[in-house]
Ligand binder design. Structure first.
Ligand code: IMP
Ligand code: MG
Length: 216
């Protein structure tokens, strides 16, 4: 069962968790959506679930999709050390997307630049880690690239799966293709930040996930 979080108007604020930000940023934070302790508990559970998917001692190449996945992937690696006997290696990739076609409902196609080399991944058991599944472009492109480069296996683990309220058929198809193997939490269709995720570059350092108001 994937935990599902919802927006609680009477939920906690950052100040209630003893965290402060510069005032202009703090005004944008609506609520703490996922507190630090809940995140850490779920990261340990994900590590246990992942450990059961590989034989003991398997070499796994953990590939965080930068920048957003760097906090989650670091914590997940430490949790794998506690929960498994896997031989964990890291190969970081930056995935930058740019729109190459736009429809009425937003981008219909995007180019994703992946800066891994075929020799980094060929023949290996890859564990792709991303912060959030939104339209699915990033993970779908990474899946394509991995199979083209002849990896041994691919597991995709995302911390957050955004439940889009009105996805176009193209975006539905993209998300179906991305299809993560493991999801930390299902979240509503809102902008979130913290724990690696950003709002205009800020808030990645927060230890919790917050929902963000864009128009304040
Ligand atoms: P996708 O390729 O459309 O699935 O987009 C995924 C990427 O968009 C994620 O890896 C994030 O970097 C970014 N993203 C999507 N939604 C959010 C959000 O609510 N907060 C921060 N980043 C987001
Ligand atoms: Mg990202």
């Amino acid at each position: 069962m994937i935990p599902e979080v919802s927006i609680d108007p009477s939920g906690t604020t950052l100040a209630q968790h003893g965290i402060s930000l510069p005032e202009a940023l703090e005004r944008r934070v609506q609520r703490v959506l996922i507190p630090e302790a809940t995140l850490q508990r779920r990261v340990s559970e994900l590590a246990r679930l992942l450990a059961n998917r590989y034989p003991n001692g398997t070499q796994v190449i953990v590939t965080p999709v930068l920048t957003g996945a760097f906090v989650f992937a670091a914590d997940l690696g430490c949790a794998l050390a506690a929960e498994s006997t896997l031989d964990v290696h890291y190969a970081l990739t930056k995935a930058s997307t740019c729109s190459i076609a736009t429809g009425a409902d937003g981008p219909e196609e995007r180019r994703v630049r992946i800066d891994l080399q075929p020799s980094d991944v060929a023949g290996h058991s890859m564990l792709l880690i991303d912060d959030i599944l939104d339209h699915g472009f990033t993970i779908a492109a990474l899946r394509d690239q991995m199979s083209e480069w002849g990896v041994h296996s691919v597991q995709v683990c995302v911390l957050l799966d955004k439940q889009l309220t009105n996805p176009s058929p193209q975006i539905r198809a993209k998300r179906a293709k991305a299809a993560p193997d493991l999801v930390g939490f299902k979240i509503p269709d809102v902008w979130v930040a913290g724990y690696g995720l950003d709002v205009a570059g800020a808030m990645r350092h927060l230890p919790c996930i917050v929902s963000v108001n864009w128009d304040r």
